[in-house]
Design a protein around this ligand. Structure first.
Ligand SMILES: [Zn+2]
Length: 453
């Protein structure tokens, strides 16, 4: 008979312990192998990378890199078919793998080729947004931790960058992928984006880098002083009439993403200006006249960030006509500094930067790096939104218990559709279908064009 005390203790295992157990089970090499064999959607990834049904240069000349269980790093792997790719992944059972550029020749043959002719020729445009870059502003977590609250900084960054890429650069084939712990990647597969040279990538990324300077730099946004005209893209994200948006009003009166995030996340939820070191940063970013000292003495007593921001708005509204444009510019720069996307630009600058593949497993969390739709990002919870490997394998076991054991060809058949991975794979497949259709239309247009001559 079981000891009641032991039973009680077993029942009292806290949520963190359960989570750690799930991580251990998820990154266990045998579990990982089962995930590669039965669940990871190699075929869907192939179609997305290849942008065609039959293998093209986009796939066969593509570099893959594997990190093995013993941390050995294998670069310049390449494959003829998705089947061959899957077989090699199952043979090596890497802890993760990355996707690199399309080269002029097959990467695996590079040693037998003349080095001069081996060079990257195409690559999705990629972006990386990571919580690390928000450590100085978030108040709920620090270090490697993340929660649904600080995830909101990532969510607004995705919303804004997505609009920049679609509306300012005319791109449409975007895949947002949760990085498995505390960040998100964006892969842009439009033909124009894949063809961008390193120089063009640097220029494009530079355009999105509005927040500049490290920890020791207080003012990180400077878009010009007093009477300035903001670029339409920044104005669209920021919204207008900053002096009218009271933070204390029951509901934010603006739909523009940055002001909305500033009120909801920075002021109301994170209370970013409660501590003295943080509100001193805010004071340092205001036009330096005597009103700053009045605010400082008022804030010596505890006061919420919402109330402090309303004090700032009030001060700006009462400023002289001559000083007001500088106040408006300063306030707009503050909102942008606390909410505009902070991009790890190193990732985006070069064609040959390797980036973790969608659907691999994060070694510290056991979570699958799943695609996310832009409108799902705000409600996504990084602790529960992406399935773990252990969870998916349990779902497969449950499916078999209900529907009988595996079919004879289970070796080849993907089984993700029997698990909670299904909607994520289907999302990738929908994007691939749009890509294929565009590629077909472009081919037809080119053929018509040549007939016309
Ligand atoms: Zn947090």
């Amino acid at each position: 008979m079981a000891d009641p005390q032991e039973e009680l203790e077993a029942a009292l295992v806290d949520v963190d312990d359960v989570r750690m157990l799930d991580v251990d089970e998820s990154v266990d090499p045998m579990a990982l192998l089962a995930y590669y064999r039965r669940l990871l959607p190699f075929r869907s990834l192939y179609t997305w990378l290849n942008q065609d049904v039959a293998p093209t240069r986009n796939f066969v000349n593509r570099e893959f890199a594997f990190t093995l269980q013993n941390d050995v790093y294998l670069r310049y792997q390449s494959f003829q078919t998705w089947d061959e790719w899957k077989k090699e992944v199952c043979r090596l059972n890497p802890s993760r793998f990355e996707i690199g550029p399309v080269y002029s020749l097959k990467p695996k043959d590079r040693k037998t080729l003349q080095r001069a002719t081996f060079k990257p020729v195409a690559r999705e445009l990629v972006f990386d947004i990571d919580m690390t870059d928000y450590d100085e502003i978030r108040t709920c977590c620090s270090g490697k931790d993340i929660c649904a609250r600080c995830w909101q900084f990532i969510a607004v960054a995705v919303e804004v960058l997505d609009a920049v890429l679609r509306e300012d650069f005319g791109l449409s084939h975007l895949l947002w992928v949760y990085s498995g712990r505390r960040g998100i990647h964006c892969w842009v597969s439009d033909a124009d984006a894949c063809a961008l040279t390193d120089e063009a990538r640097r220029a494009l990324v530079g355009w999105t880098e509005i927040i500049k300077g490290g920890q020791n730099q207080v003012k990180k946004v400077d878009l010009g002083g007093g009477s300035r005209a903001l670029h339409p893209s920044i104005r669209r994200a920021l919204g207008a009439n900053i002096l009218q948006s009271s933070a204390g009003a029951p509901a934010p009166q603006t739909t523009a993403p940055l002001q909305r995030a500033f009120i909801n996340t920075v002021l109301r939820d994170q209370d970013c200006f409660r501590e003295e070191t943080h509100y001193e940063t805010l004071l340092a970013l205001l036009p330096q006249d005597e009103s700053v000292n009045r605010l400082r003495s008022r804030w010596a007593a505890p006061r919420s960030s919402v109330a402090k921001w309303d004090d700032v708005l009030d001060t700006a509204r009462k400023s002289s006509d001559r000083a007001r444009p500088s106040w408006i510019a300063a306030l707009e720069d503050i909102v942008i500094q606390y909410t505009y996307p902070r991009i790890d630009s190193e990732v985006s600058r070069r064609q040959n930067h390797l980036l973790k593949s969608p659907f691999v497993v994060h070694p510290a969390t056991g979570r699958v790096c799943v695609p996310l739709e832009v409108d799902q990002v705000h409600t996504f919870d990084p602790h529960t939104g992406a399935p773990t490997v252990a969870q998916l394998l349990r779902e497969l076991t449950r499916y078999e218990a209900e529907h009988g054991s595996q079919e004879p060809d289970a070796e080849r058949r993907a089984e993700w559709d029997r698990t909670s991975l299904k909607p994520f794979v289907e999302q990738l497949d929908r994007l691939s279908q749009r890509l294929l259709r565009d590629a077909r239309d472009a081919k037809r247009a080119a053929a018509r064009h040549s007939l016309d001559f």
